[in-house]
Design a protein around this ligand. Structure first.
Ligand code: N01
Length: 534
């Protein structure tokens, strides 16, 4: 692209997960000089790193895959209703290979700083190995759950046993047979890994801070008939990507639960429970917006937990209370609650018995000591912002992104930031991210960013920057969309509540992917309203 200073690349992409791979593929097709840098030694992002036993997606495999390429969709055949991490990783590898992307990716290389040079309008990017590359545009495809969070518990470094974070699980097999294993954290990762660990270890101690709602997955192999029928569903899936809230269909009754009689209500919920997956939260129209409606659904799930866990005291400690269902990410697992019926699995409620310290031999709470051989942290991520703020990004006139986001992230459409010209974020804060099917969100973002770059190229312009007023307006819209939901009733990572000292700001856009896409498309069709192009 044009010239205002020497550059290595037109576009540099950070990350080679699904977002980075798709971005790179589109840039390559459009003839941009491009490259991706990736911290890991392979492609796949989330699915490269999260190798813990039991890791699988909670969105159905036929929905959790790319749609922009009909042939790719037709050629790939999923084996299970909810794909495992190894199968999704193979899909990412297949995608990269098929698109010829591997020569365009530098692996094992973390980006440690990115500085915008205002005079030349070029990003100067530094790697952990000390190399420096210059690119006109920078696209971050760093994921929203990619900065793992390990709590600073006193004594942590003294622990002599093995220690793992679920999001950094080793490639080599971990032998848990006969071992005493402690697991801290009961979110989606913890709830998936705990039954697997319980199947191998001699003793399992689960340290729970907040009980979580979890529903059965109802996972099973896809039938031959389902696999054969998939190609014919392609066009409908493409339509649903832009016309639905999540980017795929989540069938509901279309009725409010508050207007549904007791027996009919139970029949629907039992049906959803038996079907498995998260669709139970969409069975009725009002459970995501009305506390009384939500309580009816939450009570149904609470009763299921009580009916599953044989020891009433343990059951009661596992029953989530004090926040509406769906306001922390609903977890999915086929064996989580039943795992506590095994004699060698013990639950420690950190609300009544906090951890005092980690010792050389295990964990000491205010009530007991737990000798352990292995400690597993399923303690989540500095979600949405962590991977970006940890990267030392400096925009126009030396403005630091981490400093600018100290009071919470502000973006324009989750795609760009005022003061950071030519920097685009895929699934950034302020976009629908994990409140939609993230593959659908990625496809939308990549197409939108590609089209903006093509517009700049065809009109001989070199710089696109979000305007502060447009950013402020979008921040207000993100807050307003969240205020129409019940999300504020829970301490969740959506709000930054899982990280000590992090600003409490609702970060994803909760208005739905369909609405979000329409807004982004109108911005583009109005000459990139809210951007200054030069
Ligand atoms: O992380 P989390 P995750 N002491 O933040 C606890 C996606 N994902 O890795 O709730 C004790 O949800 C914390 O407690 P609390 C999905 O979007 C998807 O499990 O903060 N405990 C919580 O229990 C998901 O939502 C899939 O009180 C501490 C847990 O650790 C997202 O990734 C699978 C603690 C963290 O839960 C994140 O899931 C896996 C402390 N100091 C992940 N700090 C699927 O597709 C934190 N905790 C199925």
């Amino acid at each position: 692209m044009g010239d205002r200073g020497w550059i290595d690349y037109d576009v540099l992409v950070i990350g080679a997960g699904f977002a980075g791979l798709h971005m790179l593929s589109e840039l390559k097709k459009a003839g941009f000089r491009c490259r991706a840098y990736e911290t890991g030694s392979g492609v796949g992002g989330t699915w490269f790193w999260n190798r813990y036993p039991g890791a699988r997606c909670d969105i159905e495999s036929v929905d959790y895959c790319f749609l922009h390429d009909r042939t790719l969709h037709h050629d790939w055949v999923w084996s299970e209703r909810f794909a495992t991490q190894p199968e999704i990783l193979r899909y990412a590898e297949h995608f990269a290979d098929r698109a010829g992307l591997l020569p365009l990716i530098t692996f094992d290389t973390r980006i440690v700083a990115a500085d915008f040079d205002t005079s030349s309008s070029v990003w100067s990017v530094r790697t952990e190995h000390g190399d420096e590359v210059r690119s006109r545009f920078l696209v971050t495809a760093v994921g929203c759950m990619s900065a793992p969070q390990t709590p600073e518990i006193p004594g942590l470094s003294r622990f002599r046993g093995e220690r793992f974070h679920t999001a950094r699980w080793p490639r080599e097999p971990v032998d848990l047979a006969g071992k005493r294993v402690g697991v801290i954290g009961t979110g989606s990762s913890g709830i998936q890994v705990i039954p697997e660990i319980a199947g191998k270890a001699a003793e399992v101690v689960v340290f729970q801070r907040t009980p979580n709602f979890s529903v059965p997955a109802g996972n099973r192999p896809l039938t031959e008939a389902e696999r054969a029928a998939e190609p014919a569903k392609y066009d409908e899936r493409v339509t649903l990507a832009s016309t639905t809230r999540f980017g795929h269909v989540v069938p509901g009754t279309g009725q409010p639960i508050l207007n549904t009689g007791h027996d009919d209500r139970l029949a629907v919920l039992e049906d959803r429970w038996a079907l498995g997956g998260t669709s139970i939260v969409a069975a009725f129209t009002d459970t995501g917006r009305d506390l009384r409606a939500n309580a009816l659904l939450a009570d149904f799930v609470r009763d299921k937990i009580r009916a599953t866990v044989t020891d009433p005291e343990t059951a009661e400690r596992l029953v989530p209370k004090g926040y509406p269902i769906g306001t922390k990410r609903l977890c999915v697992s086929d064996g989580y609650f039943a795992a506590f019926n095994q004699d060698h699995v013990r639950l420690v409620d950190l609300r009544t018995e906090p951890i005092e310290e980690i010792t050389a031999d295990g964990v000491r709470t205010t009530g007991d000591t737990f000798p352990l051989d292995v400690l597993v942290f399923a303690t989540g991520f500095d979600a949405f912002t962590g991977a970006l703020t940890r990267m030392n990004i400096t925009g126009r006139d030396g403005v630091s992104l981490a400093e600018q986001w100290e009071k919470g992230p502000k973006t324009y459409l989750g795609l760009a930031m005022a003061g950071f010209p030519n920097l685009f974020t895929i699934t950034g804060p302020g976009s629908t991210t994990v409140l939609s099917n993230v593959l659908r969100a990625i496809e939308h973002h990549v197409g939108w960013i590609r089209d903006l770059l093509l517009t700049l190229r065809s009109t001989d312009r070199l710089v696109a920057e979000a305007e502060p007023a447009a950013q402020e307006d979008w921040a207000a819209q993100v807050a307003a969309a969240a205020n129409r939901t019940l999300y504020h009733h829970a301490d969740s990572y959506y709000l930054g509540a899982n990280i000590d000292g992090k600003a409490r700001v609702f970060m994803p856009y909760a208005g739905g992917l369909d609405v979000y896409r329409r807004i982004c498309d109108s911005v583009a069709s109005e000459g990139y309203r809210g951007f200054t192009l030069s």
